[in-house]
Write a protein that binds this ligand. Structure first.
Ligand code: UD1
Length: 418
């Protein structure tokens, strides 16, 4: 097990290069199973979710070659339709493989997926969608078994705009016979990126980014080289870090329009933010005012993946804030840890009531999930004194070279093996 030791209080100055989006790269890796030709994915983040996804692909018979930050996947020799349960438990995104594996083998077997423990996270919408494409699904002993003779395009209306379900159905429909229309589809930028990738390998997908995605089935796909979009959540995390610690940080290689909900809130807090081409520069040298309310929503609303980091910021603003988590039931698990650092927060149902304190104080805390873990690191960086953040494997799931990038900005943070 590893932990971070942080000596808080340093201001942050400098530039940070943003990695490709975890939530783009994972479904794109799953999509690589659809084609027999090589796909090369560029600027891939060095995170454990990606490593686990690549391990699963290897177990399916695909070949993966890493070269610097690029990965080439060759699925020509893929010959297995069963996703190993140990790896499926490690990674929620393993569920995306259902769509691509069923498309390739007309069979798929997967254990119920794992990932961050942030709520119920059912997969009913994924399964209902696949059934509408002609897949026969049985659930037995913790496994999902899928079988079909052929996949047929159909109209699918999602009960809620689930990111994963939209992507899974897109993957299954790419080579189905006929046209699939997904209504009430999620509109996250990563879905548009998956569409771009699929079209790059010869698919016919349109509408991603709107509530209706249309997939016209094709018979063959080919290879490509692809650069996924930048990680808006990583960028947002560094900007919030700068807002909390003070200083001036420039996030480079970012699409600012993908995090306009965060930029809007940070400006409301009193941060100075300049946008220049693909750079966002945040400058702050004083205690910020609280934002009154933040509500997580599907895109383009405020992202649930920045909720914990933003709550940590609100803890040291002047005044009160109410943060409402609308997507995942138990996404306030980091709150008792922040309280150890002096935060004044009460959680009632889906709402966190935050009363701003002057400063965090250093403490020993435990990361329980990816984004909550990142919020604890930010609190440690802004705190008076020394903090230890345990169980940082959660943070490694989504942030590549996190402490290295923070140290480059002037933070005092080291990784230690326990
Ligand atoms: C994806 C992201 C995750 C982000 C989330 C919301 C990836 C790899 N992960 O997760 O980082 O926090 O979107 O932006 O892209 N739901 C159901 N039934 C289903 C599927 C979902 O009820 O079959 C519900 C969920 O419980 C949740 C809501 O829909 O309340 C949104 O979940 P969803 O968009 O599916 O999130 P994920 O794809 O798991």
């Amino acid at each position: 097990m590893e932990k971070y030791i942080i000596n808080g209080g340093n201001k942050l100055y400098g530039s940070v290069k943003i990695q490709a989006a975890k939530n783009s790269v994972l479904p794109i890796l799953a999509a690589a199973v659809l084609t027999d030709e090589k796909v090369k994915i560029l600027n891939v983040p060095q995170i454990s979710d990606v490593k686990n996804m690549v391990k699963i692909l290897t177990c399916l018979g695909c070949k993966a070659v890493y070269e610097n930050n690029n990965i080439t996947i060759d699925s020509s020799s893929a010959d297995c339709y069963e996703i190993p349960s140990a790896l499926a438990h490690e990674l929620r995104s393993s569920v995306f493989l259902l769509g691509s594996v069923i498309s390739r083998f007309h069979m798929a077997k997967i254990a119920y997926p794992g990932g961050c423990d942030i709520g119920l996270r059912p997969v009913d919408l994924h399964l209902t969608g696949l059934k509408r494409l002609g897949v026969n699904i049985t659930e037995k002993n913790g496994y999902i078994l899928c079988k079909c003779d052929k996949l047929f395009g159909n109209e699918i209306m999602l009960d809620c705009p689930s990111v994963g379900a939209t992507e899974n159905i897109m993957l299954a429909a790419v080579k189905a016979e006929g046209t699939t229309v997904i209504k009430n589809a999620a509109r996250e930028p990563e879905i548009e990126d998956l569409q771009k990738f699929l079209n790059c390998i010869g698919a016919k997908v349109s509408g991603a980014g709107s509530g209706t995605v249309i997939i016209e089935g094709v018979q063959t796909l080919h290879g490509c080289e692809f650069l996924p979009i930048p990680d808006r959540i990583e960028a947002g995390t560094f900007l919030i870090a700068a807002a909390m610690c003070g200083g001036e940080v420039r996030a480079e290689g970012v699409y600012h329009e993908n995090i306009s909900s965060l930029i809007h809130k940070l400006r409301e807090n009193g941060c100075k933010i300049h946008i220049k081409d693909d750079k966002i520069i945040l400058e702050n040298n004083r205690r910020l005012a609280s934002v009154k309310t933040i509500e997580t929503q599907p895109y383009p609303g405020f992202p649930t993946d920045l909720q914990a980091q933003m709550t940590a910021l609100c803890c040291i603003c002047s005044g009160q804030s109410i943060i409402t988590e609308n997507l995942f039931e138990t996404r306030f698990k980091y709150v008792p840890e922040l309280r150890k650092m002096g935060a004044d927060i009460t959680v009632i149902d889906r709402n966190a009531f935050v009363r701003g304190v002057e400063k965090f104080k250093g403490a020993n805390v435990i990361a329980h999930d990816l984004r909550g873990g990142a919020a604890l690191v930010l609190a440690g960086l802004a705190a008076d004194g020394r903090s230890e953040v345990m169980d940082i494997s959660h943070i490694d799931r989504g942030y590549g070279s996190f402490e290295y990038k923070l140290r480059n900005l002037g933070a005092d943070i080291v990784r230690v093996t326990v």
